[in-house]
Design a protein around this ligand. Structure first.
Ligand code: FAD
Ligand code: EPU
Length: 341
């Protein structure tokens, strides 16, 4: 594998901020990994980069950026009801969803149009419109970046949760995901639990709806709500929706009857961060080229030449305001990459 020096990462992050990588390499074959690991020096940090749609660079990266471009989709098993697909990590997620939808296979149609690579999908257990990757994922194959060993993580070993997995917690930065295996259904049971999706089909019998129609409906809703990174720099939701104790949610509901809340894991309650940010007066505000999207307050945007530091500073001001108004601390969803001091 070849490494180039001092490469601009602007084309490799959907915020479109300027930052450079000291070394930049593209991995196209898993065989290249052993060479990479012998070349790697222990002092140089390494960052695995997919399509940069969930990352904010705050300054240059003083180490090795490895851009994942491993390609391939293999049907490894099938019967009359189900199929197992092994997908290489550098495939584009949204194209892969389209491929399965065209075949009429169900399981990931609600996750249509999510940007990024297949390999990044298990890192935060991507989710949208009432579905999460963890519901169909069989295993994750990953390379240990210290030893070069390949490890297969079963679904349980991934410890998936809302926008989290073992790859964001105890194993953070230690593995390069090389492929994932998913189980999809040839007789799909559609999931129309998410209210706007349910509404799109309210005048239809569910047995008459197919996965392609669900995928198209999801795409339409997404296009109406979320800014397109091709047109305006962003990384989707900047923060996670905070998950709080039932008691706190009840107290907030008394004071703010309109606050949107949803049931979450372990009897807790998810609060809509977009609402908290909007109610704190941040929606649509702009400071230079860094701003809060005018239709979706959970999305921070780069109108042109904002720096990563400016977007980060804006996010911190928002976080502090929300905390002082509602007593809720918002956690970032986006990975912030900066020099260690
Ligand atoms: P990157 O941004 O390149 O990387 C993200 C993190 O994963 C980094 O920490 C990186 O080091 C790590 N990583 C990436 N690839 C690998 C790998 N192969 N092995 C190990 N670590 C790796 N997310 C949702 O869950 N739901 C949504 O609805 C959604 N909507 C979005 C809408 C927009 C407009 C945008 C811009 C983003 C949205 N996102 C959403 C976030 C984003 O699409 C996902 O997080 C996606 O999985 C990121 O993929 P990526 O390849 O761009 O990852
Ligand atoms: N809301 C506001 N003001 C805003 C934005 C939202 O009041 O500016 C309210 C909405 O009215 C609604 C609630 O907040 O009542 C939830 O909004 P929405 O349905 O748009 O979803 P979200 O919680 O903002 C989450 C995910 C998205 C995912 C959608 C659809 C997180 C952090 N975000 O957004 O994921 O696509 O639901 O399932 O969970 C991402 O992770 O990058 C992402 C875009």
């Amino acid at each position: 594998m070849e490494f180039r020096e001092n490469i601009s990462l602007k084309p490799y992050n959907t915020f479109g901020v300027e930052a450079s990588a000291e070394y930049f390499g593209v991995i196209r074959q898993s065989g290249e990994l052993s060479g990479l690991l012998s070349w790697r020096s222990p002092e140089k940090p390494m960052l695995i980069l997919g399509e940069g749609s969930n990352i904010l660079f705050v300054g240059d990266f003083p180490g090795i950026v490895l851009h994942n471009a491993l390609k391939g989709i293999d049907l490894i098993e099938e019967n009359a009801d189900d199929c197992l697909l092994k997908v290489s990590a550098g495939e584009n997620w949204s194209d892969f969803v389209d491929y399965t939808v065209e075949l009429g296979w169900g399981g990931i149609e609600n996750l249509s149009l999510i940007p990024g690579t297949v390999g990044a999908a298990p890192i935060q257990n991507i989710g949208a419109y009432g579905a999460e990757l963890g519901e169909v994922l069989v295993n994750v194959e990953a390379c240990n970046l210290l030893t070069g060993e390949i490890k297969v993580f079963s679904n349980e070993e991934c410890y998936f949760g809302y926008r989290t997995s073992i790859f964001k917690t105890t194993c953070k930065g230690q593995f390069l995901v090389t492929s994932i295996t998913l189980q999809l259904s040839k007789n799909p049971k559609l999931n129309l639990r998410y209210a706007p999706l349910k509404k799109a089909f309210e005048d239809r019998k569910i047995q008459d709806v197919d996965v392609r129609e669900v995928s198209n409906a999801v795409k339409e809703i997404r296009r109406s709500k979320l800014p397109d990174p091709e047109k305006i720099g962003n990384a989707g939701s900047f923060f996670k929706n905070p998950v709080v104790k039932q008691l706190l949610a009840e107290a907030l509901q008394k004071e703010f009857p309109d606050i949107p809340v949803y049931p979450a894991e372990a009897g807790r309650v998810k609060v809509a961060a977009g609402w908290l940010i909007e109610q704190s007066g941040w929606k649509g505000r702009r400071f230079g080229d860094a701003g809060v999207h005018e239709k979706q307050a959970l999305v921070l945007v780069n109108y042109g030449d904002a720096t990563g530091a400016e977007i980060y500073a804006l996010s911190e001001s928002i976080r502090k305001d929300v905390e002082s108004k509602f007593g809720i601390s918002m956690e970032r969803e986006v990975t912030v990459v900066r020099k260690k001091s």
